[in-house]
Design a binder for this molecule. Sequence first.
Ligand code: SF4
Length: 469
Amino acid sequence: MIQVKGNPGTERYPGHLIWEDCMYLERYALANLPRYTSYPPANRFDTGVDAGSYRGWLRGLDPAASLSLYVHVPFCRTLCWYCGCHTTVPNADDRIDRYVSLLRAEVDLIAAEIGEGRPVVNVHFGGGTPTILDPDSFLALVGRLRDRFEFQPGAEIAVEVDPRGLDEARIAGLAEAGVTRVSLGVQDLDPEVQRAINRIQPFGTVARAVTGLKKAGITAINADLMYGLPKQTEEHVAASARAVAMLGVDRVAVFGYAHVPWFKANQRAIDESVLPGPEARFGQAEAAAQVLDEKGYDAIGFDHFARPDDPLAVAAATGRLRRNFQGYVVEPADAIVGFGASSIGSLPQGYVQNEPHLKRWGERVTAGELPIARGIALDDEDRLRREVIERVLCDGAVDLARVADAAGQPVEVLAGALDRLGELQADGLVALHEWTIRCTGLGRRYMRNVAACFDPALDTMQGRHSRAV
Ligand code: SF4
């Protein structure tokens, strides 16, 4: 049964999304759906793609293809109980040092396959906690990347930052390495919520990080918030959103906590009896969105917010927003090359994922092997579905006939999706006109449900994804 509360939204225009009140629709909010940072999603990768496939794909890259480099650092000082990332707490710092030297070796391996001097437009350090590296290690790693690749003028170098360990030396190291953007892990600023997730991080710690980074010249700052955490309420989420807005961050991402203790053992420490239910989660997401709207941020896609003059907001307003493993992005490269255990790469031919097991990844790099564990090759229909899903999640609207024509595919391939969308149309989430689909204001909250209509494999995979809201 559909539960309805709140005010129905109004129709919006594509590209530049405006947040509106919308209704809690239980049947859609409870659906387990991919976040579609790739299509097909990473849990459909298999061992049919291996080091040999990747070598062939790398060698087939157009020499002019622009690259985005993703570097994964799978270490943290303590484990947050909600964490869903590939990370671990090292028992000694020499493990981190050894990992960095293996990363440098992996950079050499890739450069040997594709040749040195390939153009790089974007570098992203994720984790884990990339800022766990001491400044010298970080600078040596960036130096190796700069030696083997040709960083283009204006290339973005982005780093995920844990404000808790960000001392002056690390800030100086980031600035010296040419870092242009940081994402601060904030999640929630309430002390009781922080205790319930094992992440004690007072507001002053975040504020000091922002001040220090800006003083060092790193002025493009994102903040990551979460809803759906244990003991969290709408008031907590709204207060955290107000706090990061007050700090003047450019972008805010608001992610829903995915509780999967059977998959992530650290989440078993969370007291399930104090987790908010689905309707409370929905209210929390709305609370963050309303605060950020009031503070002058534009809503981007289904979980991002940006100041109107930020490149992400400008891209959304002009139909140039894109989506990949880093979430919403402005200018995607032609290929993403991953480094480090569990990192994912995206090439025109398909996706690859490195060995997630730290020891096995290291052994394969030491042996001079490309440490690929799995992946998936794309066919033309996959590419068409990927493009359609991306446009839905970026623009909230898509002209299927135009996209299919550009892909050289018959639009009828997507006819099955129209049947699935009929139900969403009846519930007021989408407007359909021939081959054009547009999310209504009400459907704004359920973009993942709309996108999922184009994913024919989803019915058999539902239990393996996070809640839509
Ligand atoms: S949430 Fe971030 S800081 Fe916390 S354990 Fe996970 S990767 Fe580390």
